[in-house]
Design a protein. Structure first.
Length: 153
């Protein structure tokens, strides 16, 4: 069953780029943008991450926390964060448990070739753990504004 706006976000415990544990419950009482992307340091993923970086202070002022998620490992995330000076944590979902739990892992197609991958998707989760908005095709060059607007801010 696909996740829906107005429903509780699936709980999770995962590790970030530093091997530190992150749980959905850590964000109780806070707004969270949980954004899933396919791969570190690819062109579109970099544009999206840098847009969030550039809008990070605006999002923080509005009380919005940001966590990225991709199947890349901790070492890849650490390099990606350092290279682009990203101010947010990224979950290393190497076992693909989180992408599957959130329904963003599946068959994709590029140039006629089919493969399994992450559907670029952002879940906006309110202070009570409820999904208030699912952005299934984010505009990577203005994603930080989409996140704020999705929370009605």
């Amino acid at each position: 069953m696909a996740l829906q706006e107005g429903k509780k976000a699936p709980s999770f415990t995962a590790k970030d780029q530093d091997g530190e544990s992150i749980k959905l419950s850590d964000f109780k009482g806070k707004k969270l943008a949980l954004y899933f992307y396919p791969k570190d340091d690819t062109s579109t993923c970099t544009v999206q991450a840098c847009n969030i970086r550039d809008g990070f202070k605006m999002l923080a002022k509005k009380g919005i926390e940001v966590i990225g998620v991709s199947p890349d490992d901790e070492k890849s995330h650490t390099k990606f964060i350092a290279k682009h000076k990203l101010p947010f944590r990224i979950i290393a979902d190497t076992g693909k448990k989180l992408v599957e739990k959130y329904g963003v892992w599946g068959e994709k197609q590029l140039y006629g070739n089919k493969y399994m991958g992450v559907f670029r998707t952002t879940f906006l989760i309110d202070e009570n753990g409820v999904i208030v908005k699912i952005i299934s095709k984010p505009k990577v060059k203005e994603h930080s504004k989409e996140i704020a607007a999705g929370f009605g801010l």
